[in-house]
Structures are given as structure tokens and as C-alpha cells.
Ligand binder design. Structure first.
Ligand code: C5P
Length: 242
């Protein structure tokens, strides 16, 4: 599989194992990573992870852990045992929570082990705005909180963050190049924006400094999803080699 395919993460936003299977079959060889979120995992559990892996693709387990350090570290070890390529936690859980997770993963799977999952942090959800933050007692602007939490995640030893494409430059400035950025909110020129408000095309998101793109409906709602994925990969390839 080429580099662009490995950087394309398809959001498996479906409800059942059967629906998941049909997307994995349809996009086999097209998409390197499938993102499994809370709804699908709560319903189907590890079976859906195994289904994706049996189809030859990797899994981004998007469960956004946020709990006491021990609980997050132990949950992370279970994600590691499932063999997922990447999983995430909320950076708002704090330095100790992330550092403990990193330490436990280090013990089982050192950094030079190719099986080691990519540990990602979510900074501020893009569904949150200034008012949401104020409601939970955070008075600083989103543009300050996002790079601050990204840097906290980096200092704790996390590998990267999930962030809106518009936040990439702020995060790069705070964390440098040696830090992965996974971005949803990506829309190719041919697709509808749906409910995403601040979007970028796949090419622009990669050129802005994103490493992985999470894309759902531009593929799933296309008349020909495999063709849509191929077009996206073509655009990603051009940006990567340009
Ligand atoms: O269909 P679409 O391409 O908008 O799907 C994007 C995926 O990324 C969905 O699974 C959505 O929940 C997720 N996501 C997002 N924005 C965030 C974080 C996650 O759209 N900030």
C-alpha cells in the first residue's frame, strides 16, 4: 500500500458489524486505516477491530480515554493488545494521565518496536467554543488552549494530536515537526461540507502539515465510494510528492 493510502483514515461511522464489514470489503486496498469510534465499539467490541485487521487494514481506536491515570494506562494496554495502529486520550486528563500511559506502553512495547501503537491526544473538541470552555471554568481562548494542550501531550511523551486542519500551524509552532497531527474536517472539492464548518481540502491539509486525514462522508456518501477514495488518494499523493 502506498504512503497516501496509509495516511487516509476512513471514519467507520456505522452501527453494526455487518455495515462495518461491507465498508471494509468495499474499500479494501483503498484505505490504510479505519477509525472505530465509541458507538461501533460499544456495540461490537473487539470483533470489529479484528474484522478490519482481517481485511488487511489498520485501526484507529477513537475512544478518547479520560480517567484517572491508572485506568487510562490499563485501558491503553488493552488497546495495544488488540493490535490497533493508533488510539487516543483527552489531553485535558492531564500530564500525569498521559505520562503514565506512555510509561506503561513503553514497558510492553518500546519506541523502536514497529507494533507500538501511535498514542494520540485530543486537545479541545472542535464542537467546543469559547462559551463551552467558560462553562467548565476555562477562561483562556481556544487558540491558546489547543497549542498548550498539544505541548502538554508532547511533553508527556505522546506521539501526536487530533486537531482541526485550521489548528495545524498553531500546533506545529508549539510542538515542532516531530509530532504527528491527525485531522478530520477534510473535504475534497467534489464533496459537500455536511456539518463541518472549518474545512480544508486533502491536499491543503497535508501541505499545511497534517500527517493523517480522517475522512468519512466524502467517501461514504459518494455515488461510487471506491472512486471517491481513489480521487482523494490521488490528491494526497500529489501533495506529498509536490
Ligand atoms: O464524515 P466526516 O468526514 O465529517 O467524518 C469525520 C470523522 O471525524 C467523524 O467520525 C467525526 O466524528 C470525527 N471528528 C470530527 N471532528 C473532530 C473530531 C473527530 O469530525 N474534531
Amino acid at each position: 500500500m502506498n504512503d497516501a493510502k496509509q495516511r487516509l483514515i476512513f471514519a467507520l461511522d456505522v452501527e453494526t458489524l455487518e455495515a462495518a464489514r461491507s465498508w471494509v470489503d468495499r474499500l479494501q486496498g483503498q484505505v490504510g486505516v479505519f477509525k472505530i469510534g465509541k458507538q461501533l465499539f460499544t456495540r461490537c467490541g473487539p470483533d470489529v477491530v479484528k474484522l478490519v485487521q482481517a481485511g488487511g487494514a489498520d485501526v484507529f481506536l477513537d475512544l478518547k480515554y479520560h480517567d484517572i491515570p491508572n485506568t487510562v494506562a490499563m485501558a491503553g494496554l488493552e488497546a495495544l493488545r488488540l493490535g490497533v495502529r493508533m488510539f487516543n486520550v483527552h489531553a485535558l486528563g492531564g500530564f500525569e494521565m498521559m505520562a503514565r500511559l506512555v510509561a506503561e506502553v513503553d514497558k510492553v512495547c518500546p519506541r523502536d518496536n514497529p507494533q507500538r501503537p501511535i498514542l494520540l491526544a485530543v486537545t479541545i473538541l472542535t464542537s467546543s467554543n469559547q462559551e463551552t470552555l467558560r462553562g467548565v471554568g476555562i477562561d483562556r481562548p481556544v487558540e491558546v488552549m489547543v497549542p498548550k494542550l498539544a505541548k502538554l501531550a508532547k511533553d508527556a511523551g505522546m506521539d501526536g494530536v487530533v486537531a482541526s486542519p485550521k489548528e495545524v500551524s498553531l500546533i506545529r509552532a508549539a510542538c515542532g515537526d516531530d509530532f504527528l497531527i491527525v485531522t478530520p474536517g477534510v473535504r475534497p472539492a467534489f464533496a459537500s461540507q455536511d456539518d463541518q464548518k472549518r474545512v480544508m481540502t486533502p491536499g491543503d491539509a497535508l501541505r499545511a502539515g497534517a500527517d493523517y486525514l480522517v475522512i468519512g462522508r466524502p467517501i461514504s456518501a459518494a455515488a461510487d465510494p471506491a472512486a471517491a477514495a481513489a480521487l482523494i488518494i490521488q490528491e494526497m499523493q500529489a501533495a506529498l510528492s509536490g
